[in-house]
Write a protein that binds this ligand. Structure first.
Ligand code: BGC
Length: 745
């Protein structure tokens, strides 16, 4: 039962479901537990049970596909609002905005007739090269948890199920369909599971998606420990478990664990693992039909909650897509998501009144990104690129001149297929499941595809180098001659992309060279980026101002211009570490990332800032870092321990400048003499405080006993040891402003 449900209704619902299950034939039940279309389960019309209609994804509702082919339905009625990616949302550290974005996503999904929206993606960012990091939030479970809960609630207010993904520890794209991750129990419980637990218990996510990868030897979609013991027994989850598309492998295993709905990328629906093969297994007596009943029960319960069936059917929310209010919320989120990494000599904001001629350099100034990335791609109603945003802001009296600056090889985009179709296409000449399963089991074709992609990146380098000379010259000439220069570079979805990881952490297309040259001719050039994951910035000491934007949605350009010209005071902070160079990452050190078939998470808890802290490695920009156009002072930290296990903390934050702004106050807990090995400090609470110029505010936060706990593998529970804990209050994980000691009894 979910937290907010009323007991008597729940009893009645469970009885109704039981009756309904009894009326269903085996064939009908099987129809319900596997895909009958690429994005829908089978319906049972005889009993008024509709299909469950799903759609990606986290940044907006994906375009319509045909039921049995990865071919777009081909109409333009599926253009939608393009939301900031989860990485952008996480940089806001704003739980209210997380709720708003969830609400927008849910409204749009319902408006497009969906029952389940395949998001949010909340996997831990373990390595900056992971191709899907842009879809995820952070390297820290506390921050992910705090944003995921309101996000899911926002989605589900619209009678649409969130499908929080990918459960669990989906940390790399290399060999993603087969990679086996060895993770110790403590790390799993402390790092990789907490946000999922909160999604289930606190937000009441109606569905959850099993990941492709294996954890400790078993596929996540048929994982007895993850799905049965942890999710169902320990967390008491009674929602639906949906497989990632093609994540189910074995009939008996999947049938006998809590995997409720098998989805896949193939159109041989009757051959799905939970279709005919399961029927045969039941008929042979190898699997009990009661296993199917349990799955159907979970799916029907979700349908009740969504008002797809049951007494409240007529009061289901109808949703709306492309509403003006949604775009306004998206703009607010984009504005709060852009991270000011550096700002010397008050280089930013620029004063629009002083500019007659503005040079804008870099391909990402003029590029739009909504249509890429893998399953997160969407057909955006519109996307305002930074260049358009700047022009729209400045108007016709300022000359805004653009030069791409560097060459980006064009990847042909075929309109009748996407990357998900490729695996299907390999199978054109085959008819049935066996071989298809082989591909999904990660046979050589996938590996070759990945190797070809990396080889292509190498080949492209020659073409880029040849074309760049003229492009550099053009850009530098433009820069010399302008009142102000803005560089907009970064990544795109050829790099931030599902299905493959980045080869390194460098800026592609020789951008580093261009930036070096640019800073020689224009010391004051404002260096900005659009991208989904950290890059090395070897020239960063020479730049005065650096602004980082993740893929921030349809209003990116407007938000960008408003930040650049000071209409908006930046208030974002990094939700992940930007290391100085890839070699500094723990995964670079232990070599346990990006291996095709097997990795061991040797670093255990020492992921992200926990690792840099322990090793005293100074990253380029640390976790929690982000500047403002104003300055904040912290004072008066008071700690009060209640009942020996809860700490109430108050402090004052003052905006020392004249401009309004917002500060993200971060609270880290550092055990002083821990009985077991523990990270130096861990984020356990935060608050985003909005303050007008000169004003101060009292901030109150509570640390619960669980915020002091570690997972004891012998006792199999979280334990908060008695003793002293240092409470560190800071503006980032490095910039600690106040300290105090709390003693737990
Ligand atoms: C992705 C999921 C996505 C699904 C459906 C899979 O390849 O891993 O995140 O929701 O496809 O498109």
């Amino acid at each position: 039962m979910m937290k907010h449900e009323d007991k008597s209704n729940e009893k009645k619902r469970e009885k109704d479901i039981e009756k309904l299950v009894k009326k269903l034939t085996l064939d009908e039940k099987l129809t319900m537990i596997h895909g009958a279309a690429l994005f829908a389960s089978g319906a049972v019309e005889r009993l008024g049970i509709p299909a469950i209609v799903c759609s990606d994804g986290p940044m907006g509702v994906r375009a319509e596909f045909m039921d049995d082919r990865w071919i777009p339905a081909g109409n333009n009625a599926d253009m939608v609002s393009y939301l900031p990616s989860n990485s952008a949302l996480a940089s806001t550290w704003n739980t209210g905005l997380a709720h708003d974005m969830g609400h927008v996503l849910g409204t749009e999904a319902r408006g497009r007739g969906k029952d389940v929206i395949l998001g949010p993606g909340i996997n831990i960012k373990r390595d900056p090269r992971c191709g899907r990091n842009f879809e995820y939030m952070s390297e820290d479970p506390c921050l992910i948890k705090a944003l995921t809960v309101p996000f899911i609630k926002g989605v589900q207010e619209n009678d649409v199920a969130a499908c929080v993904k990918h459960f669990a520890a989906n940390v790399q794209e290399t060999g993603r369909l087969i990679v086996d991750e060895t993770i110790d129990e403590r790390t799993l419980y402390e790092l990789y599971l907490p946000a999922f637990k909160a999604a289930v218990q606190e937000a009441g996510s109606y569905s959850i998606m099993g990941a492709y990868n294996k954890v400790n030897g078993s596929y996540c979609c048929e994982h007895k420990t993850l799905l049965d013991r942890i999710l169902r027994e320990e967390w008491g989850y009674d929602g639906a478990v949906i497989s990632d598309w093609g994540g189910v492998h074995n009939t008996k295993e999947a049938a006998e664990c809590s995997m409720d709905l098998e989805m896949s990328v193939f159109a041989d629906f009757d051959d799905y693992i939970l279709a005919n093969p399961l029927k045969e297994a039941i008929q042979k007596g190898e699997v009990s039909e009661s296993m199917v009943d349990a799955k159907v029960t979970n799916l029907l319960r979700m349908m009740y909650r969504l008002k797809m069936i049951g007494p409240k059917k007529d009061s289901r929310e109808k949703g709306a897509y492309n509403a003006l209010a949604s775009r306004q919320a998206i703009l607010r989120t984009a504005e709060e998501s852009m991270v000011l990494l550096k700002n010397e000599n008050r280089a930013l904001p620029l004063d629009a009144k002083k500019i007659k001629k503005l040079a804008v350099i870099g391909v990402n100034a003029a590029k739009i990104h909504a249509d890429g990335g893998g399953s997160a791609e969407i057909k955006a109603l519109y996307e305002i690129c930074p260049l358009a945003g700047l022009k729209m802001y400045l108007g016709g009296n300022v000359k805004v001149e653009y030069a791409p600056g560097y060459h980006v090889p064009v990847k042909p985009k075929t309109f009748d297929m996407n990357w998900q179709a490729t695996s299907l296409d390999d199978l054109k000449n085959t008819t049935v499941g066996q071989l298809q399963r082989g591909i999904m089991d990660g046979n050589e074709d996938h590996k070759e595809g990945e190797q070809e992609r990396l080889a292509q990146i190498e080949k492209d380098k020659a073409e880029i180098h040849e074309k760049n000379q003229a492009l550099f010259e053009q850009a530098l000439a433009l820069a010399k001659d302008a009142d102000a220069v803005i560089f907009v570079g970064g990544l795109n979805h050829d790099y931030d992309c599902e299905g493959s990881d980045r080869p390194d952490m460098k800026l592609p297309y020789e951008q580093d060279l261009l930036i070096e040259e640019l800073l020689k001719v224009r010391k004051d050039a404002i260096i900005t980026f659009v991208g989904g994951s950290p890059v090395e910035m070897p020239w960063r000491d020479k730049a005065q101002a650096i602004l980082w934007s993740y893929y921030a949605g349809m209003e990116t350009g407007n938000a960008f211009a408003r930040v650049i010209f000071g209409e908006v005071n930046p208030s974002a902070k990094l939700a992940e570490t930007f290391p100085e160079k890839y070699e500094d990452c723990v995964t670079a050190k232990n070599g346990q990332f990006g291996i095709w078939d097997k990795i061991t998470l040797e670093e255990g808890l020492y992921c992200g800032y926990r690792y840099y802290d322990k090793q005293r490695i100074k990253p380029a920009y640390c976790f929690g870092h982000g500047l403002s156009y104003t300055r904040f002072e912290y004072s008066d930290l008071k700690l009060k321990v209640e009942k020996g296990r809860e700490v109430k903390l108050t402090l004052s934050v003052k905006n020392m400048g004249r401009r309004s702004g917002a500060e993200i106050v971060q609270v880290y807990v550092a055990p002083i003499a821990p009985k077991v090995d523990r990270p130096d400090k861990e984020l356990k609470a935060f608050a985003k405080v909005h303050l007008s110029g000169g004003r101060s505010k009292k901030v109150s936060l509570t640390l619960k006993s669980e915020d002091f706990a570690y997972f004891d593998t012998d006792l199999h529970e979280f334990i908060a040891d008695a003793g002293d804990y240092e409470i560190l209050v800071g503006a980032s994980c490095e910039d600690i402003r106040l300290r105090g000691i709390a003693t737990l009894s």
